[in-house]
Design a protein around this ligand. Sequence first.
Ligand SMILES: CC(C)C[C@H](CS(C)(=N)=N)C(=O)N[C@H]1Cc2cn(c3ccccc23)CCCCCCNC1=O
Ligand SMILES: [Ca+2]
Ligand SMILES: [Zn+2]
Ligand SMILES: [Zn+2]
Length: 170
Amino acid sequence: YSLFANKPKWTSKVVTYRIVSYTSDLPRAKVDEIVAKALSLWSKEIPLSFRRIRFGTADIEIGFARGAHGDLNPFDGPGNVLAHAFPPGPGLGGDAHFDQDELWTDGSSLGINFLYTATHELGHSLGLGHSANPNAVMYPTYGSGDLERFQLAWDDVEGIQELYGKRSNE
Ligand SMILES: CC(C)C[C@H](CS(C)(=N)=N)C(=O)N[C@H]1Cc2cn(c3ccccc23)CCCCCCNC1=O
Ligand SMILES: [Ca+2]
Ligand SMILES: [Zn+2]
Ligand SMILES: [Zn+2]
């Protein structure tokens, strides 16, 4: 696993998130469910919890966009870069953007699996960089593992726990 320089991390015990825009590829409720699931994969390993807000400014703002969309990383059309996310911090920090030009799917074989991609992006939003382990969710390229029954690799868990410690399930 790798961390970002200076190891940015969330210092609050509760991190807020807001889904600011959706994709026409999936029902809204499904997007909400998948985002919550991706966050829970990470939060079950660390003493951090997430709270969804529907208005106002959240720590982690999640949305879909195509091409140039207001930050310095314009998206590139179908394929290539699928999404990006910023390390913990104010403003854009923690935000995760998904390329609207991909076909976002849930469990079906074609298109891009949204749960897998959201888990990867939210790993960045929590402070993880890329892993050299092809089985890790934080591996830089999509599609190396089993996308439908994936889980966090040990490497992912070690990395996130180095940043936030273990969740003590008393
Ligand atoms: C791990 C993801 C969920 C998130 C990362 C983006 S990020 C910022 N969050 N690390 C991603 O999109 N990686 C590219 C990397 C990549 C693979 N290729 C590329 C061709 C051009 C540009 C990028 C790529 C070769 C062709 C395949 C293109 C489709 C799949 N794309 C990728 O795997
Ligand atoms: Ca793209
Ligand atoms: Zn962006
Ligand atoms: Zn990445």
